[in-house]
Design a protein around this ligand. Structure first.
Ligand code: PBG
Length: 325
């Protein structure tokens, strides 16, 4: 049956009817807000390439955390910028490290807010790679696992509600799961960056987290953007190793992967709307070329429509406001 019997516009004429037939509804319940925690005191440093996002010292977290909670956003994802970096990333698994202190502080300010901590060495190593080196240039997968597990246990001990490993070493989810278990943290959920692509969209994040690799790139551990079947394999392994939530990252350039992961595994699926994706919107909006608010909502809705249950986004606060929070 076609035109004139069928007229698709009939259901588009009335605003209330449009609401009734809406297939995808973005909710504040879907959002996680990333936070950059920097060493030192009394710091709130704007990140040039990410307008509206700041590096905050632990003592400046209060207002930000209260804002996020008041907007109804369920959780925050923490990244640390330590004062000292070394070849082993030892600041990552120091119980007095920036993240460990930030977790304890946020739990004091707002115990109901879910605190998720990123586990990876790139912000803590002097060479900027996500694992420890073997020789001058290659990454030693298995020695890295031990350190990631120490970092995860240290986060759990500080009170982290969920651990999010983003390093892309083989076997890290299983190793972290086993180590957390042997330390008594059997109930700590893992949200693994399961399909994490080697993406040029991470540029602004690396400025913000001071984590650009000092040499080479991340191609030996992060995935080739050309690969979809391999992404499913990564996700499958992480689920088998004990991940509770699996993540696809970036989001916007990988909507097909989000859909495939959701359809194949059906488990809680997160998508990371990364720094470069955020920066593109802000840069164009800053020039008056696009409407910031409309594009932000369209971007987030597309990620939800693709199958994401959880969206990590630097626009979380803006979106929450627009959603009426
Ligand atoms: C750490 C990590 C990165 C991001 C999240 N965790 C950067 C990277 O892999 O280089 C990127 C997030 C973003 O761009 O917003 N490994």
């Amino acid at each position: 049956m076609a035109y004139p019997v069928q007229r698709m516009r009939r259901l588009r004429a009335h605003p209330a009817l449009r609401r009734l037939v809406k297939e995808t509804s973005l909710s504040v319940d879907d959002l996680i807000c990333p936070l950059f925690i920097i060493y030192g005191k009394d710091k709130k440093i704007p990140i040039d390439s990410m307008p509206g996002v700041f590096q905050l010292s632990v003592d400046r977290l209060r207002d930000e955390v209260r804002d996020i909670y008041a907007l109804g956003i369920p959780g925050v994802l923490l990244f640390g910028i330590p004062e000292h970096k070394d070849s082993m990333g030892s600041a990552a698994y120091n119980d007095a490290g920036v993240i460990q202190r930030a977790v304890r502080e946020i739990k004091k300010i707002c115990p109901e807010l879910l605190v998720i901590t990123d586990v990876c060495l790139c912000e803590y190593t002097d060479h900027g790679h996500c694992g420890v080196l073997e020789g001058d240039t290659s990454i030693d997968n298995d020695r890295t696992l031990e350190l990631l597990a120490r970092q995860a246990v240290s986060h759990a001990r500080a009170g982290s509600d969920m651990i999010a490993p983003s390093d892309m070493m083989d076997g890290r989810v299983g190793y972290i799961r086993k180590t957390l278990g042997s330390e008594g943290y059997t109930q700590t959920p893992l949200m693994s960056y399961a399909a994490k692509f080697c993406s040029a969209f991470y540029g602004p994040f690396r400025d913000a987290a001071h984590s650009a690799p000092a040499f080479g790139d991340r191609k030996t551990y992060q995935m080739d953007p050309s690969n979809a079947r391999e992404a499913l394999n990564e996700v499958k392994l992480d689920i088998e190793e004990g991940a509770d939530i699996v993540m696809v990252k970036p989001a916007l350039a990988y909507l097909d992967i989000i859909r495939m992961v959701k359809d194949t595994f059906g488990c809680p699926t997160a998508a990371y709307n990364v720094s470069g994706e955020y920066a593109l919107v802000k840069a164009a909006a800053g020039r008056g070329w696009i409407n910031d608010e409309a594009v932000t909502m369209e971007v987030l809705t597309s990620i939800k429509r693709a199958g994401a249950d959880i969206i990590i986004s630097y626009a979380a606060k803006d979106a929450a406001r627009m959603l009426g929070g």
